[in-house]
Write a protein that binds this ligand. Structure first.
Ligand code: NAD
Ligand code: UDP
Length: 312
């Protein structure tokens, strides 16, 4: 079995490469290293079943593979808003190129979609049949709308060309191998706490998110790829919901930090609430998350402690 992981040198992609190699697959990791790093896949470079291709998914490519995991796309608001035109090209042209390849070589293809397709949701918790509440012209739109178009492309290639597709809507995921400069909330708070710097809560901190540890996500993604007769979309997320203020206090407590919480302006269009409804994943995949926030945070803290030590 040959698998292609686009975005394979990123946070999620590199864990996926690990897991597929453990399963005995040949793995091609394709990445342009925008937010990914060689460090994430360094330990795989000597593995004979692993190949690294430096390539940008906005350009066509043809590889003979059985499974494609299309995960290439910056995911942190800081990074996806840095070059918004490139972000939307990555989602849209990336999906077109990967779907074209899947059609040609008859591969099964999975799209890493996101809870962001629900935008600032008016329905809570979010179920797969909710169409979402997304601003088409805001600063998050390059990511949200790009991912929505990618889902549309997947469905159209499926209906029109019979491409074997899978759509997973991933909710906020965290863990080892997030970049120190990633900018998302869990890594920001942990790094700030470990350095005894101010914890930067945006807005009042009463907005909510539901955080999933990386190992749970990988389990769900693999189950989805290998199940037949179910294309999704399916929510993959942890349904334990926390305010951002609660997250900040938990991180301070677990790191024994001297950090103080400070309040900064809330970025535009920041969703006020987010929590997945996961019955479909339970029924179709026999999957549900196992790792509680506190357990996952302890593992992530240990990772970032090492990173900070190595960097200093
Ligand atoms: P990440 O930024 O760590 O990884 C993204 C990877 O894609 C990086 O290695 C980057 O270099 C690569 N990449 C970006 N643009 C590319 C391009 N044009 N061509 C080739 N490679 C490119 O982010 P992540 O958290 O690992 O996210 C991976 C995927 O999962 C993304 O598609 C993201 O939208 C999706 N996702 C993640 C989360 C989350 O909470 N982590 C939630 C929902 C969806
Ligand atoms: N956030 C915060 N401080 C930070 C980074 C993020 O308060 O240093 C907030 C952000 O405003 C949002 C939530 O944490 O409400 C999650 O942000 P993140 O960038 O991790 O992901 P999002 O779910 O918004 O894409």
């Amino acid at each position: 079995m040959r698998s292609l992981v686009t975005g394979g040198a990123g946070f999620i992609g590199s864990h996926l490469c690990d897991r597929l190699l453990e399963k005995g697959h040949d793995v091609i990791c394709l990445d342009n290293f925008f937010t990914g790093s060689k460090q994430n896949i360094m330990h795989l470079l000597d593995n004979h079943n692993f190949e690294l291709v430096r390539h940008d998914v906005t350009e066509p490519i043809l590889l003979e593979v059985d499974h494609i995991y299309n995960f290439a796309c910056p995911a942190s608001p800081v990074h996806y808003q840095y070059n918004p035109v490139k972000t939307i090209k990555t989602s849209v042209m990336g999906a077109i190129n990967m779907l074209g390849m899947a059609k040609r070589v008859k591969a099964r293809i999975m799209q890493a979609s996101t809870s962001e397709v629900y935008g600032d949701p008016a329905v809570h918790p979010q179920k797969e049949d909710y169409w979402g509440n997304v601003n088409t012209i805001g600063i998050r739109s390059c990511y949200d709308e790009g991912k929505r178009v990618a889902e549309t492309l997947m469905m159209d290639y499926h209906r029109q060309n019979n491409v074997d597709i899978k759509i997973v809507r991933i909710f906020n995921t965290y863990g080892p191998r997030m970049a120190v400069n990633d900018g998302r909330v869990v890594s920001n708070f942990i790094i700030q706490a470990l350095r005894n710097e101010d914890i930067t809560v945006y807005g009042k901190g009463n907005q909510t998110r539901s955080f999933m540890y990386i190992d749970d996500l990988i389990e769900g993604v693999i189950k989805m790829m290998f199940v037949d007769d179910f294309i999704g979309p399916v929510n993959v997320g942890n349904s334990d919901e926390f305010t951002i203020y609660e997250l900040a206090t938990k991180v301070i407590e677990l790191t024994n930090s001297k950090s103080k919480i400070i309040y900064l302006p809330l970025p535009k269009d920041d969703p006020t609430q987010r929590k997945p409804f996961i019955r479909l994943a339970k029924e179709k995949l026999g999957w549900q998350p196992k790792i509680k926030l506190e357990q996952g945070l302890v593992k992530a803290i240990a990772y970032f402690e090492e990173q900070i030590k190595e960097g200093s």
